[in-house]
Design a protein around this ligand. Sequence first.
Ligand SMILES: Nc1ncnc2c1ncn2[C@@H]1O[C@H](COP(=O)(O)OP(=O)(O)OP(=O)(O)O)[C@@H](O)[C@H]1O
Length: 357
Amino acid sequence: MIEISSVSRSYGAFKALDNASLSITKGEFFSLLGPSGCGKTTLLRMIAGFDTPTSGTISVDGQPMDGIPANRRPTNMVFQSYAIFPHLNVAQNVAYGLKRLRLPSAEEKRRVEEALAQVSLSGLDARGATELSGGQRQRVALARALVMRPKVLLLDEPLSALDKKLREQMQVELRRLQQAVGITFVLVTHDQYEALGMSDRIAVMFGGRIAQVAAPKEIYQRPVNRQVADFLGGMNFVKAEIVEENAASITVDTTGFGRVRTDKPQAFVRNGKAATLGIRPERLRVLWDDATSPHEVSGKVVDRHYFGEITHLIVEVPGLEKPLSVSETNNFGADDIPVGAPIRLAYDPDALVAMAD
Ligand SMILES: Nc1ncnc2c1ncn2[C@@H]1O[C@H](COP(=O)(O)OP(=O)(O)OP(=O)(O)O)[C@@H](O)[C@H]1O
């Protein structure tokens, strides 16, 4: 559907995007995720036609986009700032782009109503654009893009202006909307929860380069390197040495977790013998009383942070350079474990991931 082939974008000597290649499938909800300045907006703008690659090509539906202006592309963009016209009402805002198509007025009205229904704004046609909540403004911006029936909807941090509750609600709605209309969505975000929760696949970017492209679970559980692992949430890193590597798995030696064989993450490229073994804090579980596990480490609680439904325990384990961070639910009383207490932790070997250094 969208083919991005060796695309770079330089501003003077600075490479905002460095040789990015990517295939986005028809009907996919695809996210570009990365920290500020990693080049994700630059890539989105080039798909939209608001910017031009310095080298490389972008095709949509098999058609190269070189030289095709934004308004002639089968794409439509929803901006972070909404860019809603304050002097027009809701229906006029949504109809704005349609004017150029010179549709019969009944047909135009029908399409506006359809788009408003898609974003759950039916009945607000006559409302002034300034008389809307943040969430409603966001919906108008979406309806205005959808009414053009694009093949691809490009969304540049569309939810970043909303407060947390509303943002979470809109994430669910946006995902539902995408599934209902079946249009390919490409979303730019720096919020890992947003990307994990909404996407079919995610491209994680750093410094103008694509580090990993995979489904949310794969990205979260099998990050290719520490940078990706870190960006997607908490991760314990343990020093490791590669003893064997084949097409499907990697075997590493560690202190603390011993010799571990893990599935190989996609696009794993080793750099000598040194590697890192990672385990997410929620994949370490407290072993209570006499419970045992074939896979356990033991240590001492050195700090504790309470977060309502969960507690973060910081556990020093002999032989490990850094204490382990453990995220345990408070169902069983993790919030009552005192600092200084001895503790045993169980883990599933499948939760361990070897990463390139
Ligand atoms: N017109 C421009 N001239 C010079 N540098 C630019 C220009 N546009 C973007 N850049 C630089 O290119 C890099 C990538 O910018 P881009 O907007 O793609 O980042 P981003 O990942 O979307 O970040 P953010 O989340 O902050 O928007 C940044 O370092 C930015 O300063």
